[in-house]
Every structure is written in C-alpha cells, then in structure tokens.
Write a protein that binds this ligand. Structure first.
Ligand code: GDP
Length: 195
C-alpha cells in the first residue's frame, strides 16, 4: 500500500480518549529497543513520525496514527525495560489490558521481535496474553539485515517454536533498513482490515 497520509490523531491513556470511529485498528507491541518505531516509520515511509526511542520505556500513552484515512496504527509503549518502576509497570499493564480486551476495532496485534534472538520471556508473555484473549497476532521478526540470508529460516524456526505460534498467526521477516517484508505486511494488514 502506498501511504499518502499518516498523522498522529491522539496520545490516549483512557478509553474515552480513543478515537470514536469504526476504522480498523492494528496495535504495535514489542519490548523497548526492539525496533518498533523503526518498523512504523518504514511502513509509513516517514523518517521520524514514530519517535525512534532515545529513552526506552518513556512513552506511557497509546499513540493513534491515522493512515490514508482507512486504518489506525496504535503504538503501544515498549515493555521489558528494566529501569521502569513497579508502579509504572502496573499502570502500563492496566492500560494495555483495558485496550486489548475492550477495543472492538482492534483487528490484530503486531508483535515485533528481533530475528537475531529467540523471543524473550516478556515476548512470550505478551503472546500468551494475546492468545488468552483470542486476539489475532502478527509476529514481525525484524532486524533481518543483521544476519545472513542463509540463516533466516533457522532463526524464524526458533521464533516460531519459542512462542509456540498457533497455525492462525502470521510470522513475517522484516528489516527497517532494507524494507524486506514491507509489501507482505501491507498485503496482510489490508486483507485483515477488510475481513
Ligand atoms: P523501539 O524502542 O522498539 O522503538 O526501537 P527503535 O526503532 O528506536 O530501534 C532501536 C535501534 O535499533 C535503533 O538504533 C534503530 O536504528 C535500530 N534498528 C531498528 N530496526 C532495525 C533494522 O531493521 N535493522 C537494523 N540494522 N537496525 C534497526
């Protein structure tokens, strides 16, 4: 999909702040520093719409981006950053749980992982949380440019097995450097938005 317009609509904390529309939504989750902002920027063809995080764990809002007037990306604050206090982590958990479990417009959660490494404990927890609530997941294994092509399948297998991916979920290899996977992700998102 060619992105003609992409703009931030609102940074929300509470449900009453979520945009009041029927536009299909995709939330983006991942641990801090995994490459989530880079993924969003690459998908949107923007250099820095989603801030490339200088302070991991800092943004504790759900950032809604309206794309081509037809879908929303919802940037979820990164998890797994050690220096976040218990109180902040709990507030984060409540915000995410409320959003994930109550938002009818939510079509799927895009979970970003690092292709180089097996998904972390936090990644597994996030995936299990999604499955517990029956939310479709799209796993994006990013930073593919950092390992050689001959190793891709092996690393994808580790990702699939560590998360114990269900058959219905999607796993797509990605690179924000090269744009690898971008067209595949857009095709899938457009399909899911319509169905
Ligand atoms: P976030 O905290 O998840 O939003 O992560 P960022 O998007 O800020 O990325 C963290 C770091 O990884 C930055 O230095 C990025 O330039 C780098 N990065 C992100 N995606 C890729 C990628 O696909 N390839 C490479 N080589 N570096 C990446």
């Amino acid at each position: 999909m060619k992105v003609n317009s992409a703009e931030i609509v609102i940074s929300a904390v509470k449900p009453h702040q979520y945009p009041d529309t029927d536009i299909p939504e995709f939330a983006l989750a991942g641990r801090s520093n995994v490459g989530k902002s880079s993924f969003i920027n690459k998908m949107l063809g923007r250099k820095a719409l989603a801030r490339i995080s200088s302070k991991p764990g800092k943004t504790q809002t759900l950032n809604f981006y309206l794309i081509n007037e037809i879908l929303h990306f919802v940037d979820v604050p990164g998890y797994g950053y050690a220096k976040v206090s218990k109180k902040e982590r709990e507030a984060w958990g409540r915000m995410i749980e409320t959003y994930f479990t109550s938002r009818e417009q939510l079509k799927a959660v895009v979970l970003i992982t690092d292709l180089r490494h097996a998904p972390t404990k936090d990644d597994v927890m996030m995936y299990e949380f999604l499955k517990h609530y029956g939310i479709p997941a799209i796993i994006i294994a990013t930073k593919a440019d950092k390992i050689s092509k001959s190793q891709w399948q092996k690393h994808l297998k580790v990702t699939r097995e560590t998360l114990d991916l269900s058959k219905d979920d999607h796993l797509i290899l990605f690179s924000s450097e090269t744009g690898e996977g971008k067209d595949k992700v857009w095709s899938l998102l457009q399909y899911l938005a319509k169905n």
